[in-house]
Design a protein around this ligand. Structure first.
Ligand code: ATP
Ligand code: MG
Length: 208
């Protein structure tokens, strides 16, 4: 097994999150990435938000697949609560045991989706300030019109062009300030996967 360097809090693993609009290819790419890393000898785990726990399941039913969108304050609180359980129960134990954790969405989804409604970004950040910061955050950037075509038939209350455009604008703020690394997700799945892997390997190399 390839060894990763020890870091703050005695953690030995590496925490990656993939972010982007609905249908941009996060799940596809997160799973391919984990498979490739495992083939290379790394101990890697796929995980996702909303989580599979009680709060995550509630979010899917109440916030994502309800009749209409709930208040963005309620969304932000529920997603943050789910995140804390996800981090405590899944991410931190895996990181402590030396794994690479690839999370399909993380805190930038809260900033982008709730921030896109006009909710204060600093407040959303404060709500999430106790969640483990990712070592690497990648934004798979796909044109909002393309994701809407990919997403037919409509699945969640977030999946409309106006929302996706606003969400992308917020994500791009974090690309511009360097928190997110942008990958052009409009290319083929294989090309996107190659670019994601190359960014991850560079980042792993840096932390060794
Ligand atoms: N680069 C690509 N080019 C064309 N189609 C793609 C590409 N990447 C993913 N897809 C397709 O787009 C659809 C959505 O992909 P995927 O489920 O991975 O996105 P997602 O970001 O996880 O979506 P969601 O936010 O809804 O979970 C799938 O049908 C997938 O096969
Ligand atoms: Mg997905």
């Amino acid at each position: 097994m390839l060894e990763l360097g020890g870091g703050v809090l005695g953690k030995r693993g590496f925490f990656i999150c993939l972010e982007g609009l609905d249908g941009c290819g996060k799940t596809t790419q997160a799973k391919v990435l984990v498979r490739k890393l495992k083939r290379m000898g790394y101990n890697a785990n796929y995980t996702a938000e909303p989580s599979l726990g009680k709060i995550g399941r509630f979010i899917r039913k109440y916030c994502l697949h309800g009749d209409k969108r709930v208040s963005s304050i309620v969304e932000a609180l529920l997603f943050a609560a789910d995140r804390y359980e996800h981090v405590e129960n899944e991410v931190i134990p895996a990181i402590k045991s030396g794994k690479i954790v690839v999370s399909d969405r993380y805190m930038y989804s809260s900033l982008a989706y709730q921030g896109a409604t006009g909710l204060n970004l600093d407040w959303i950040r404060r709500l999430n300030e106790h969640a483990l910061p990712p070592d690497l955050a990648i934004f798979i950037d796909v044109d909002p019109k393309t994701v809407i075509q990919r997403l037919k038939p409509k699945k969640s209350v977030m999946e409309n062009l106006e929302t996706q455009r606003k969400v992308r604008e917020v994500y791009m703020k974090f690309v511009d300030n360097g928190e997110l690394i942008r990958v052009n997700g409009n290319k083929s799945k294989r090309e996107v996967a190659d670019e994601v892997l190359s960014i991850v390997l560079d980042s792993l190399e840096e932390c060794r």
